[in-house]
Design a protein around this ligand. Structure first.
Ligand SMILES: O=C[C@H](O)COP(=O)(O)O
Length: 248
């Protein structure tokens, strides 16, 4: 099945009203690459101004709470980010797993809550360095998928992102064979869980993607796009990744 490439940025806890100016050139590059979907997740406070400034880009949240509303001080619901202009959210990012103790079950609940509000979801999985060194990367990713992918997931709203934790922000990436192996296993696991719908689900690779390695990574089997952290913060670094996706 033909799956459109998706290049998604994740600004994490970076950015300001001033840096939204980067979106102008990113939106231009996205418009010049009609075969590629381009999305950017930004801090909650920037969702609305980003959506207003760049209506041609998919703007998203980096997380949502699993409840619809209620006494959860400091948290933000899927309905709130949708009202602010988000069309998608990330769920289960490894930094939330590490910093906030989120589990795969939490990621599942957040993905389901986001879908109930009509948001698309990029759900993250990925092993630690110790797990990879112990030869457990495949089993860890399979278990995360098993516990976090909602039953009714399909490619119209659901995207999986494989992000080995040791590759995030480090400048280190797995080999292309290692990426292909995990993506094939992830696809097989999705097929086991959701049947033929798995063929429509995009599986992104994330972890130290930059302009220089994007072409090779995006051309790897079962890699349907990239989830980009550091290199999504400026148009100068992000646009080459969009252009690499457009050349595939
Ligand atoms: O969500 C994005 C990833 O965590 C990758 O971050 P990075 O591109 O800075 O390694």
């Amino acid at each position: 099945m033909m799956r459109r490439k998706l290049v998604a940025g994740n600004w994490k806890m970076n950015g300001s009203l001033a840096t939204l100016a980067e979106l102008d050139a990113i939106a231009q590059a996205a418009a010049a690459a009609p075969g590629v979907d381009v999305a950017i997740a930004v801090p909650f406070t920037l969702i609305h101004p980003a959506a207003v400034r760049a209506p041609g880009l998919a703007i998203g949240a980096e997380d949502v709470h699993e409840a619809e509303s209620g006494a959860h001080t400091g948290c933000v619901s899927a309905a709130m980010v949708r009202e602010a202009g988000a069309s998608f959210t990330i769920a289960g990012h490894s930094e939330r797993r590490a910093d906030q103790g989120e589990t795969s079950h939490d990621a599942w609940a957040k993905a389901a809550a986001a879908h109930r509000q009509g948001l698309n979801v990029i759900l993250c999985c990925g092993e630690t360095e110790a797990e990879r060194d112990a030869g457990r990367a495949e089993r860890v990713v399979q278990a995360q998928i098993e516990k976090s992918v909602p039953d009714h997931a399909d490619g119209r709203w659901f995207t999986l992102a494989y992000e080995p934790r040791w590759a995030i922000g480090t400048g280190r990436t797995p080999t292309l064979d290692e990426i292909a192996a995990i993506h094939a296993i992830a696809r097989a696991k999705l097929r086991h869980m959701i049947g033929d719908a798995a063929d429509g689900v995009r599986i992104l690779y994330g972890g130290s993607v930059v302009g220089g390695n994007a072409g090779d990574i995006l051309a790897t089997d079962n890699v349907d796009g990239a989830l980009v952290g550091g290199a999504s913060l400026t148009a100068a670094k992000f646009v080459p990744i969009i252009e690499a996706a457009a050349r595939i």
